[in-house]
Each structure stands twice: as structure tokens, then as C-alpha cells.
Design a protein around this ligand. Sequence first.
Ligand code: NAD
Length: 330
Amino acid sequence: MNTSKQVKVGVIGVGHLGQHHVKHFASLPGADLQGIYDLDTTRANKIAKQHKTKFFNNVNDLLSICDAISIVTPTTQHAEVAEYCIKHGKHVFIEKPIAKTVAEADHLLSLTKKNGIVIQVGHIERLNPALLALKDFELRPKFIEVQRLAPYTVRGTEVPVVLDLMIHDIDIILSLVNSPVKNIRASGVSIMTNSVDIANARIRFENGTVANLTSSRIAQIKVRKLKFFQRDMYVTIDFLLGLTEVYRAIDSDTKVSNTLVTAPLDNNGRHRSIVYEKPPVKKIDALRLELTNFIESIQGNAKPIVDGEAGRDALEVATNIQKMIIEDIH
Ligand code: NAD
């Protein structure tokens, strides 16, 4: 529509994360929050009061006055709720993962294509300022190592850890590596739930890149770290601290203002130095940025940074990893 007209938006599911969607939509200039819906009416009432919006007992009443809906229900409900919204002609922001199966995701994508609807998926780490800090670097990772650990909580355990935590890293890796997946090796264990709580996967891409991912929902403290190596460059990102560090090998006679890490050394017949830099990480709220991107995409002024296809592709890799873990266990 290419306009700055406010988008009338509603939120379905106002639990732990949904309340933050409500908070942002209540104050985003491009959004006109119409209200919220949740099966838990006590919770919906409380969140509506907090953010001075309405809660609806009937989802159709909310849909009838909205252009767009943010779906923040548990993952098992994403496909059903999204299908209902899309069939009512609403643009949808679906929290990650897009759905619990690839078949569900494909069905949603086919519906949005038919209806010309914006579909965006909440892979929020793609908008983490620590990752965005690398936008001026040419990234061609050859080896990626990533760890995502979290203390145990019941929330999210309706799906295996691969679909809850590892999928964040799968999405980031697919966005960094511009090549199809060649093969996957994976294993995992159940510790607290009847599903997989700790998982490790190694993804090899057609271009030779290898990614090694570990996710666990049984940990003392949260860890979200990604490292990658490419020709003459080593990058480490701490998503929690918002810290990005880059080490680069350059010719020793190159003039730079960066800190030298080593004395010049001879490497591959060249006189080289290793320099360290800390690209500035902006203090921005990734959820606010993500929801702004959704509103601007509906207005026709942007494209979703994580669109439905990207959400579907991350889910496909995640479900393949999960399948492999189950085969490995049995
Ligand atoms: P939650 O259990 O705290 O909240 C879910 C809410 O949805 C509850 O209030 C529940 O009553 C409501 N609900 C359930 N089924 C519903 C239905 N059919 N219609 C309306 N309301 C319904 O869960 P959460 O931790 O907020 O997670 C919600 C989603 O957000 C999950 O898909 C999760 O994967 C995702 N999530 C994403 C991130 C992220 O980093 N992007 C972080 C946390 C959660």
C-alpha cells in the first residue's frame, strides 16, 4: 500500500512474550493497537488494563477491526491461529517457530501467497544489535560454532529444544551461509521432559561450510554465543552481552587504527599482522525493531527481515535435526 497510514493491529496470546508485543504496539507510531485476545481471560484482562487497551472474549470481534495480528500463542497453536487470521485477510506476525511441522508452514505460505498477505516470523536474534554490528563486513563463514543454553523452565517445553532454542541459531546460520544444506549429523538427550532437552548438530553446507550447534534448556546460566571463522577473519558474538569482536589478519604495511594483537608475523609468505576491533553495537530493542519492520512491511515501506520463507526454511532444518536425533536415540 506504500503509505504511512497507521496499521490497526491486535495481539493473540499475551503470556510471557505476548505482553511485550502489546507494550510495543501500544506506543509504535505506525501501529494503532485495537486490542488483545487470550484463552486465559484473567490474564488478558490484566494485560489490557496495563496497556490501556481492550481485551476481547470473542476472537472474531478483534479480527473484524484489525488489519494485522501478532500471534504469540504456544508453538503448537501457531498454525491453527495463523490460518484463521490469514483466511480473514489479516497480515500476520508469527512468533518463532513459524509452526510445528513443515507441512503446516507450507500451507500457511500458500495461503498468504493467494491472499497477498504479509507474513513475518519472530526470529528476533536476526535483529540482535550484536549481529547487526557486522553489517559492514563481508561475511563468508567457513566454520561456525554456536552455543545456546538456558536454565530450565516449563515454558517452551511443548516442543523439543531444537524447535525452541536451536532454531534461533539455525535461522542466523542460514542467513550467514549462502548455500544449500548438504548433510546433517545430530544427537540429543532427554533430561527433564519426555522430549529432547539437550541437542548437538553438525550441519555441512554444499559450499563446504560447517556449523556446529549446541542447545540446552538445562543449564546454570544463560549462554548465547556464536563464533565463526573465515579466510583471515575470526568473529565472536555474545548475544546476551551485546558484544561483537573481530580479529583480522592484514598485510603488516596496511595503515590501520585498530589494536594490534600480535607482533607482525610471517604467514604464507606474507608479512602479516592480526588486528582486533569491536564494531559498535547500538543500544536498540530488537523486538521493537522487529515489530516496526512488520508495520512498515504492511505499509509497503519495507520488506520483512525474516519472512515466511525464512521461517519455513529454519523449521525444515530444525525438524530434520530433530528427526535425526530421534533416529539416533532408537
Ligand atoms: P506463554 O505460555 O507465556 O504464553 C502463551 C499465551 O497464549 C498464554 O497466555 C495462553 O493462555 C495463550 N494461548 C494459548 N493458546 C491460545 C489460543 N489458541 N488462542 C489465544 N491464546 C492462546 O508462552 P510464551 O513464552 O509467551 O511463548 C509464546 C510463543 O512465543 C512461543 O511460540 C514461543 O516459541 C515464542 N517465543 C519466542 C521468543 C523469542 O525469542 N522470539 C521468546 C519466548 C517465546
